[in-house]
Design a protein around this ligand. Structure first.
Ligand code: UT7
Length: 316
């Protein structure tokens, strides 16, 4: 995993917008977040996380078959961030492509890699989840600037006969909800070369309450579906690693699922919402803290702009 070094805490934000530590902590659970520097894009964190994953797996970059990057904050519109990371880490014999599913990106990426390994397209894959959404934050908008942080993580997966890996996934989308979270400027409808049109900003927009309501239900539904798909129950889950957007959302969804707090991994208080980076960073930290051991059943769940959502059930 690799997160931005610079810490922005709630006291810092109190000096920037009309907010308070009390409001931010009680509404989101976030105390501080990490902010990237101006010369650090998604590939900066992605390549560091990818190198770590390969080192821990004892695999040479030249032996990687696929570099799959899940991100909506690529360094550039093109080429893909996966190509930039592939080159930076020296994965010279691999395919490279991006999967864009916002905060559910890593959920999608894990299933794409699993399916392509299972059907024989690749023998192995490196899946990187990384986002640097603070680049698109309006630092005068108190309803969004308190929420996000920058960083990401990576996992290495390979074909094997043992039972480890992704057992089941649920991937969902509702493009009718695109208006709830978006970033309009810089795309092909509003190219960076043109003056901004009425209603188009170079900042992330989010209708917080709509997303909140959608998130709790999407988390509950996709977790129940993925468990049913694998023929398992919530009692089989050893650790729940949800997308880290808001502690209230995580708690509400965990309660609806009947998960005890000790099975729920939380790090949103120190990183904020790292979008596609939050679940892989959570998995890396959970393992480093000894909360995730070989053979454990891990459930991940994510939701975000699209709207998209989904869950994976993983035998670690
Ligand atoms: O990963 C992407 C997915 N995104 C999410 O998961 C975000 C989901 N949504 C949320 O987490 C919450 O909706 C927020 C944290 C964004 C907002 O919390 P909320 O409890 O839904 O607050 P609200 O939007 O209903 O705002 C309540 C009040 C408003 O004031 P009035 O109109 O009641 O006077 C806001 O203007 O809180 C005000 N407010 C703030 N006050 C102090 C909004 N932001 C702030 C702030 N500090 N930073």
């Amino acid at each position: 995993m690799s997160v931005a070094e610079r810490v922005l805490n709630n006291a810092d934000l109190e000096k920037m917008v009309d907010t308070s530590d009390e409001w931010i902590v009680s509404r989101t659970g976030i105390s501080e977040r990490r902010i990237s520097e101006s010369d650090q894009g998604a590939s900066y964190f992605g390549q560091r996380a990818a190198c770590q994953a390969l080192e821990r797996a004892g695999v040479r970059a030249a032996d990687v078959d696929a570099v799959i990057v899940t991100s909506v904050t690529g360094d550039q519109i093109f080429p893909s961030t996966s190509c930039l990371i592939q080159s930076a880490i020296g994965a010279s014999n691999s395919a490279a492509f991006d999967v864009g599913a916002a905060c559910a990106g890593f959920i999608y990426g894990l299933e794409v890699a699993t399916s392509m390994i299972k059907c024989g397209t690749f023998d192995n894959a490196l899946v990187v989840g990384v986002d640097v959404l603070t680049k698109f934050v309006d630092w005068t908008d108190r309803s969004t600037c308190i929420l996000f942080g920058d960083g990401g993580g990576a996992v290495y997966m390979e074909a094997s006969d043992d039972e480890r890996g992704v057992l089941a996934s649920v991937l969902k989308a509702d493009g009718g909800g695109a208006r709830h979270i978006h970033m309009k400027a810089g795309g092909t409808l509003n190219p960076a070369s043109r003056p901004l049109q009425e209603g188009v900003t170079p900042y992330l927009f989010m209708a917080g309450q709509e997303v909140y309501r959608f998130a709790v239900k999407a988390m509950e539904d996709s977790c129940k579906s993925v468990l049913a798909k694998a023929g398992m129950s919530i009692d089989n889950v050893d650790l729940f690693v949800p997308h880290q957007a808001n502690l209230r959302i995580i708690t509400a969804a965990s309660d609806r699922l009947g998960l005890s707090r000790d099975k729920v991994f939380v790090n949103v208080h120190k990183y904020g919402n790292m979008s596609a980076g939050s679940i892989p960073v959570g998995l890396c930290e959970a393992e480093a803290e000894g909360r995730l051991k070989v053979g454990d059943l891990v459930m991940t769940v994510g939701f975000g702009a699209g709207l998209v959502w989904g869950a994976n059930l993983i035998r670690w």
